[in-house]
Ligand binder design. Structure first.
Ligand SMILES: Nc1ncnc2c1ncn2[C@@H]1O[C@H](COP(=O)(O)OP(=O)(O)OP(=O)(O)O)[C@@H](O)[C@H]1O
Ligand SMILES: [Mg+2]
Length: 285
C-alpha cells in the first residue's frame, strides 16, 4: 500500500477513464469485458490491451484473457480510484502515514489544501482471499470489490446516523472503498492504561446506549474499536453494524457488551453484571 501514491501519479486521463469504466460496470461483471471499456473510453481493442497491461503492471487491476478479455480491480486499484475521486472533490490533497492496518482495512491520515487533517479508511472486505468470501451464502456470487464498496458505504451511513448523538468520528465523505472522517487524537483502549477505569466503562456503556437508541448495534465492539484520550472516548469501525430491531440483534448486543465487560474485568478487575448493563442499554433500567 505504500506505493498507492506512486501508482496514483502514474495515471493519465485514459487510465482514469478505464478505471472509471471498470468501476461503473463491476456491479454486473466480475471481470468487466473489454467492449464495455472501449465504448466508454473511445479506444480500440488493441490500444485498450496496452493500457490494461500497464494498469496490471502497476498492480491496480487483474486481467483475464480466457474466454474474453476483461479487467477487475485489485484492492490497490480500487483504493487509488477512490482516492482520485476524493482529490477531485477537494476533500483531501495529500496522504500521510498509515495509522492502522487490519485484515479488512488500511487507515491513513490525510490533509486537505488548507492543512486540515483527516483519517481515510480504505476498506478491503475479503481481500486477498476473496474466493472464500464469494462462497459465503449471503453474498451469492458478488465480487469482493462490490462487497468492499458496500462495506465502506455501510460504515459511512452508520456514522452519519450516529454523529451528533453518540461519540463517533465526524463523517466527511465516502467514495468507492474509502471513508473519510475526522482524525481523532486518541489510542485504542488496549494500548493504554486507564487511571479511572470505572468512569471510562460507564462512558462506554452510555455510548452503547446512545447508539442503541439511534437503532444501531455495533457488532464488533471491543478494546480494539474504542479509542480513548484524556478528553473522551470514540467508537469506531462500523461496517458490520446491525439494526437494533433486526432478528438476532439482541444476541449481537449482548456479545458487544460482554466483550467490553470482560476486558474491564481482566484488565482492571472492574465487575459489572451483563444483564443489568444490557437492560440499561435497552432503556429498561
Ligand atoms: N478517525 C480516526 N482517527 C484516528 N485514528 C483512526 C480513525 N479511524 C481509525 N483509526 C485508526 O485505524 C485503526 C483501524 O481502524 P478500524 O478499526 O476502523 O479498522 P479495522 O480494524 O482495520 O477494520 P476491520 O475491523 O474492518 O478490519 C484504528 O485502530 C485506529 O488506530
Ligand atoms: Mg478495528
Amino acid at each position: 500500500m505504500n506505493d498507492l501514491v506512486s501508482a496514483y501519479l502514474k495515471l493519465d486521463r485514459t487510465d482514469e477513464c478505464i478505471l472509471h469504466a471498470i468501476f461503473r460496470n463491476m456491479w454486473d461483471f466480475e471481470y468487466v469485458p473489454s467492449h464495455a471499456i472501449t465504448r466508454e473510453c473511445n479506444l480500440n481493442e488493441e490500444k485498450l490491451e496496452i493500457f490494461l497491461r500497464k494498469l496490471s503492471g502497476l498492480g491496480m487491476i487483474e486481467n483475464k484473457y480466457h474466454e474474453y478479455i476483461g479487467a477487475s480491480f485489485t484492492f490497490k486499484g480500487l483504493s487509488v480510484f477512490s482516492l482520485k475521486r476524493l482529490v477531485r472533490r477537494n476533500v483531501v490533497s495529500m496522504l500521510g502515514k498509515i495509522l492502522g492496518e487490519g485484515k479488512e482495512s488500511v487507515v491513513f491520515n490525510a490533509l486537505n489544501d488548507t492543512g486540515d487533517e483527516f483519517a481515510v479508511k480504505f476498506h478491503r472486505v475479503g481481500y486477498p482471499s476473496f474466493k472464500k468470501v464469494r462462497e459465503k451464502r449471503d453474498y451469492g456470487t458478488l465480487h469482493y470489490t462490490v462487497l468492499t464498496v458496500r462495506s465502506a458505504r455501510r460504515e459511512f451511513q452508520a456514522l452519519r446516523r450516529l454523529y451528533g448523538y453518540a461519540s463517533v468520528p465526524r463523517p466527511i465523505a465516502w467514495e468507492g472503498n474509502a471513508v473519510v472522517t475526522e482524525l481523532v487524537d486518541a489510542r485504542e483502549l488496549y494500548r493504554i492504561r486507564l487511571e479511572n477505569p470505572e468512569d471510562v466503562l460507564e462512558m462506554i456503556v452510555d455510548e452503547i446506549r446512545k447508539m442503541f437508541s439511534r437503532g444501531i448495534v455495533h457488532g464488533d465492539l471491543s478494546q480494539f474499536n474504542i479509542l480513548a484520550a484524556e478528553d473522551g472516548i470514540w467508537i469506531i469501525d462500523f461496517p458490520q453494524y446491525v439494526e437494533a430491531d433486526a432478528e438476532g440483534a439482541e444476541k449481537i448486543l449482548l456479545r458487544d457488551v460482554r466483550n467490553v465487560l470482560e476486558y474491564f474485568r481482566k484488565a482492571y478487575g472492574v465487575k459489572k453484571d451483563l444483564n443489568e448493563v444490557a437492560e440499561y442499554i435497552r432503556g429498561k433500567a
